[in-house]
Design a protein around this ligand. Structure first.
Ligand SMILES: [Zn+2]
Ligand SMILES: [Zn+2]
Length: 358
């Protein structure tokens, strides 16, 4: 644990406690002698991270341009297949398995997931899961690394290029990560991450099209490293931004996460975010596992051969209880749903009789 705390500070997680002015528009009356550190926090731009994001995003546009004008069809196809396949490393791996312990996985599956996750280039599993646990535990507060209350841009990408709020730094240190520290596959990936990044994020995706179908190194770099990497990143960012802003809240109307079909379609079923924040330990990350949720199908598939086991999910009565207690009323799936208002049902029955007469 001590060693790990050192690691976290080494990774630049402790550089947020600069004295500075407030970032939010709190009322002036709050500016008192007792103003706490978090009230007076004003983030600074981390210029190297800013430059990296700028490069990745501009390079992505160029890569997409090359897809249209000079890259071979198979190069583009390969990039999009890689985006899709490696995404399971985030959804079924870093997210549902390692961040939430929503199921257990035998080592061959953990190895596949860590390999897929590495291809996405989204830092190592340990730091991803750490930030994600903090996000759930302190959602939409100053301690949330990508607090959606600070706006779309901050929750989408800004949090990666700004110094973190002191509360984030503090809560990151407090999260129990002992389960991941006991997983040799996670710790092995963490230790070797820079080398693995070079091999699996840059070298292999760029080299395969060059070797197998004579793509140019130039095209392959911009399409299969840059655009691929950037698109995967942005799909994951949408879960933190869009899925915390626009959609329905059938399970808890008092929180910001929402159900968003578009995000679910892009992110392999991770857009059922109101449900997910209410039942984060449910391996399906959505109530209806069969409604656009390929990550659930992926886990189910491995459950069939016994590599995924101890799958946890909320029962329909748990879900119904929660929806009735705090939902926004959008939980009803259609005619025949037990939660339809009694008065509505009675009126519907009368209308049926009326329709028969006509
Ligand atoms: Zn969230
Ligand atoms: Zn989550």
């Amino acid at each position: 644990m001590t060693e790990d705390s050192n690691d976290r500070s080494k990774e630049g997680l402790s550089n947020a406690d600069e004295p500075s002015r407030r970032y939010s528009n709190f009322s002036k009356t709050e500016t008192t002698q007792e103003t706490s550190q978090e009230d007076s926090f004003r983030p600074k731009i981390r210029w190297p991270d800013f430059a990296v994001q700028l490069f990745i995003h501009i390079g992505c546009l160029y890569g997409l341009y090359l897809c249209l004008v000079s890259a071979k069809f198979y190069t583009t196809l390969f990039a999009f297949l890689t985006i899709y396949a490696s995404g399971f490393g985030i959804t079924a791996g870093a997210h549902r398995l390692w961040s939430h312990r929503a199921y257990k996985a035998k080592w061959p599956l953990r190895l596949i997931l860590v390999f897929l996750f590495t291809i996405t280039g989204q830092r190592h599993v340990y730091i991803w899961a750490l930030d994600h646990r903090v996000h759930h535990k302190y959602s939409e507060t100053d301690a949330d690394p990508h607090n959606a209350k600070r706006g779309f841009l901050f929750s989408h990408v800004g949090w990666l290029v700004l110094t973190p709020h002191p509360n984030v730094v503090e809560k990151r240190k407090a999260v129990d990560m002992s389960d991941l520290e006991a997983d040799p596959i996670v710790m092995w990936q963490k230790k070797l991450y820079p080398l693995l990044f070079l091999i699996f994020v840059i070298f292999l995706p760029v080299y395969i099209p060059v070797y197998y179908w004579n793509e140019t190194v130039w095209n392959s770099f911009w399409v299969n490293f840059n655009a691929r990497f950037c698109i995967t990143l942005n799909i994951a960012f949408f879960v933190n931004s869009v899925a915390h802003m626009w959609g329905q809240k059938p399970y808890d109307r008092y929180i910001s996460p929402v159900e968003n079909l578009a995000v679910s379609m892009a992110a392999l079923g991770e857009g059922w975010h109101n449900y997910h924040h209410v039942f984060p330990w449910d391996y399906r990350a959505g109530e209806l596992g069969n409604i656009y949720n390929p990550s659930t199908a992926f886990i189910d598939l491995f459950a069939k051969i016994g590599w995924a086991y101890d799958l946890k999910f909320a029962s329909s009565s748990m879900i119904s209880r929660r929806a009735q207690k705090s939902g926004d009323g959008s939980h009803v799936w259609g005619y025949g749903d037990a939660d339809i208002e009694k008065e509505d049902l009675e009126e519907l029955e009368k209308m049926k009789d009326f329709n028969k007469c006509h």
